[in-house]
Design a protein around this ligand. Structure first.
Ligand code: NAD
Ligand code: DAU
Length: 333
């Protein structure tokens, strides 16, 4: 029988990818719960079959709405979050509300109704690594978050662990590295630079650009989450990564040359305060225990397809571009 899956935050980048992935690869029936903040985009959910996907506009902090939707679902997959580090440095409060209280509200509802819960989190909860550290993050790495964003995600993970242990909630957690792909908001690094080039603005690199991120295609994140929902052990955490380490300067140069520009046609701007140096994921547990493999191991190919998507979908990103850049400009970035 088809499962009924409640997906929070699915008008955003990765949640919408997961809903498209579920529709294409399962016969599940999906309810989306999304507040449609600045980061939610109705156009990210267009073209999905109406008999498979219902969209509810609402806040995960609203206990009444959450209770009703959780009661009517078999599984809850929780993506909704305030997700951008730079925003968290200028106005942390919404991060506490959505990431902490929102997660608490969902946990109480799955506890009441005895539902399976999967919690989407980030590798940023582990802090950062030195560039030459031979170790990568594993499920055993101690939490050490740096920013208001990552500390609220770390707090939300801790709530899940406590609800599993104290109340027997049937939950799993995944911590994934940096995602790229279609439908990512233009505030984020890769879409910001691609769309800057498309509108005739120079790309902006924070500091010297030596910070390393471990890139994974959003489709690979979705396939890993589905695998964990179906086969993950209750109470366990799984790290998701595709061995995609690159520094920001390398990524920016690939974008510029891939779009026919000189590799140095960008500006250095003021660095992010507290900027994490390097993230790197060891996903051995997910691969050996659940047999997961990434399908998009070639970052340069995936990046080229992402550039094409932004070229072809200006109507999707254009309405948000000017306001996003105006906000960055105010901050010297
Ligand atoms: P996003 O900012 O693109 O989307 C977030 C979505 O959540 C938006 O649709 C927004 O409207 C919704 N939302 C925000 N507050 C809400 C609330 N109170 N109630 C209901 N909906 C609300 O984020 P994303 O990049 O797609 O990230 C999704 C999840 O994945 C987050 O939990 C994030 O921490 C995690 N994650 C992201 C990455 C990454 O590289 N982007 C990597 C690992 C984990
Ligand atoms: O690691 C997973 C995390 O990846 C997720 O938890 C977050 O939700 C997601 O936003 C992302 O966080 P980052 O801070 O790593 O992503 P962002 O796209 O903001 O920046 C990537 C890198 O690029 C980072 O080192 C900062 C740098 N940067 C960013 C922007 C927007 C620039 O150099 N220039 C820019 O204009």
């Amino acid at each position: 029988m088809a499962r009924k899956i409640l997906v929070t935050g699915a008008a955003g980048f990765i949640g919408s990818n997961f809903v498209h992935y579920l529709v294409a690869n399962t016969d599940d029936v999906v309810t989306v719960l999304d507040k449609f903040t600045y980061a939610g985009n109705e156009a990210s959910l267009t073209g999905l079959p109406e008999n498979r996907v219902t969209v509810v506009r609402g806040d995960i902090c609203d206990a009444e709405v959450v209770d009703r939707l959780v009661a009517d679902s078999d599984v809850v997959v929780h993506y909704a979050a305030e997700s951008h580090n730079d925003n968290s440095l200028h106005d942390p409060r919404p991060f506490l509300d959505t990431n902490i209280i929102g997660t608490y509200t969902l946990l109480e509802a799955v506890r009441r109704h005895g539902k399976r819960y999967h919690h989407i989190s980030t590798d940023e909860v582990y802090g950062d690594l030195e560039l030459d550290d031979p170790n990568r993050f594993t499920e055993a790495t101690p939490y050490n978050p740096s920013s208001p964003y990552s500390s609220t995600k770390a707090g939300s993970d801790m709530l899940v662990r406590a609800w599993v242990r104290s109340f027997g909630v049937q939950a799993t957690i995944s911590n994934c590295s940096n995602n790229y792909g279609p439908r990512q908001h233009v505030e984020k690094f890769i879409p910001r630079q691609i769309t800057n080039i498309l509108v005739g603005e120079r790309p902006k690199l924070y500091g010297e650009g030596l910070n390393v991120r471990d890139w994974i295609h959003a489709d690979d994140h979705s396939s890993a989450v589905l695998r964990i929902v179906e086969a993950g052990r209750i109470g366990e955490t799984y790290l998701i990564g595709a061995d995609g380490e690159k520094n920001n300067k390398e990524v920016l140069e690939l974008i510029l040359t891939g779009m026919g520009q000189p590799a140095d046609a960008y500006d250095h701007v003021v660095d992010r305060p507290g900027h994490d140096l390097r993230y790197a994921i060891d996903s051995t547990k997910l691969r050996t225990e659940l047999g997961w493999q990434p399908s998009f191991p070639d970052f340069e190919k995936g990046l080229a397809a992402t550039i094409d998507w932004y070229r072809e979908n200006e109507a999707w990103w254009q309405p948000q571009k000017a306001a996003t850049e105006a906000k960055y400009k105010e901050q010297g970035q």
